[in-house]
Design a binder for this molecule. Structure first.
Ligand code: PLP
Length: 394
């Protein structure tokens, strides 16, 4: 898609996706649901051709097409399809590419929504799913059943503890379609297609749109595969709203500066947290203590704004910490300008036993942080203050 392979990603992000813009510099919003044609023949061609962006907006829309083109350019893909959310993208990939009797290989360390779809919805359709430890070398390839496995779905860096998947290993798998959820990294952090993966997907709700004002998903890859997904997506109906796509395209222009500052901020905060006696297991791909630090260096250009750590005092101290921060805020989601903290053991995963939490890589005191754009020193002071409070137990 990109005519600009010699340009840096930062430069591509500034101009990409403006072909549908009628000369306007900023992304234009085309909210219409439908388009007028002069002849039946014109309408017929658009109804049949994949990717029509001027027929009916569930099929495609000029504002949405701009966002899709921009993501395709940044990922080095031929084409992309946008969805109403990240889960819209994940469910289209899973249900659009798999049928009864098929087998999926994925990982234990997953975004909770993806995990629930694979664990609870897939069995109802007779689709088998194997969950491997994504950090174990060769785990995905050895779980592939030739002739039965149709999809390999990886997520890296993974929720919630920043485990990594070796993208070269995913790219080397032949037979099943391979897809990487690259939400945490963004196309500025890593490009899974360059490693041989077939598809890359994002919850663009997060860092791609980047301002917590668009619920949006996207899948990018070879045109043939995207056209197949498009045919499913038109029936699935989880198409992106033009307004969200416009905000997504707006966000992409500043992705490079945001991601660089968030990566610097996360590195600073992670190093500061490592010095605290009341904090254990600080996980950040930019730390030398990350168990897959060499892999991070090899496949990630920027380490991103996500980190996690464990508060020594366990569940109660973890809860007190996330309630005690004042610069950061307690909220789900990530990749925006505001630093957000979550405490999985007392919120999203509150019903799990300590053993079940451990199997998900979550300790009773685990905190996940999405570092925003505040000054890193203010964040360190805020986190240290909230840790002191959490320690004191009131
Ligand atoms: C948030 C998220 C999703 C789901 O995206 P939504 O836009 O919330 O539907 C999928 N994968 C990852 C890694 C996420 O962080």
């Amino acid at each position: 898609m990109s005519t600009s392979d010699s340009l840096h990603a930062e430069t591509v992000a500034i101009r990409a996706g403006r072909e549908h813009n009628d000369g306007a510099l900023a992304p234009t919003l085309v909210p219409t649901t439908t388009f007028v044609t002069e002849t039946v023949e014109e309408a017929r061609a658009m109804a049949l051709g994949a990717g029509a962006s001027r027929f009916y907006s569930r099929y495609g829309n000029p504002t949405v097409a701009g966002f899709e083109d921009a993501v395709a350019s940044l990922e080095g893909a031929e084409a992309a399809r946008a969805f109403a959310s990240g889960m819209g993208a994940v469910s289209a990939v899973v249900l659009g590419l798999c049928s009864t009797g098929d087998h999926i290989v994925t990982q234990r360390q997953l975004y909770a929504g993806t995990q629930m779809l694979l664990q609870m919805v897939c069995p109802r359709f007779g689709i088998d799913v194997t969950f491997v430890d994504c950090t174990e070398p060769g785990a995905f390839a050895s779980a592939v059943v030739p002739g039965k496995t149709t999809l390999v779905l990886a997520e890296t860096p993974a929720n919630p503890k920043l485990d990594l998947v070796d993208l070269n290993e995913i790219g080397a798998i032949s037979g099943p379609i391979t897809v990487v959820d690259s939400t945490f990294a963004t196309p500025l952090g890593q490009r899974p297609l360059d490693h041989g993966a077939d598809l890359v997907l994002h919850s663009a709700t997060k860092a791609l749109a980047g301002h917590n004002d668009a619920t949006l998903g996207v899948v990018a890859g070879a045109r043939e595969l995207i056209e197949w997904l498009w045919s499913f997506a038109v029936l699935q109906g989880a198409n992106a709203s033009p307004f969200d796509a416009m905000n997504g395209l707006r966000g992409i222009r500043t992705l490079a500066v945001r991601l660089r500052q968030q990566s610097d901020g996360a590195q600073h905060l992670a190093e500061a947290l490592e010095s605290r006696a009341d904090v254990s297991e600080v996980r950040y791909p930019g730390l030398d203590s990350h168990p897959q630090r060499a892999l991070a260096r090899r496949q990630m250009a920027l380490m991103g704004g996500l980190l996690s750590f464990d508060v020594a005092g366990g569940r109660d101290a973890g809860r007190r910490f996330v309630e005690g921060v004042e610069v950061a805020q307690l909220a789900t989601s990530l990749g925006g300008p505001e630093t957000l903290v979550t405490h999985p053991a007392s919120t999203t995963h509150v019903n799990l036993t300590p053993d079940e939490l451990a199997a998900n890589g979550i300790g009773p005191g685990t905190v996940r942080v999405s570092v925003g754009l505040e000054h890193p020193d203010d964040l360190v002071a805020d986190f240290f203050g909230a840790l002191d409070l959490a320690e004191r137990g009131n």
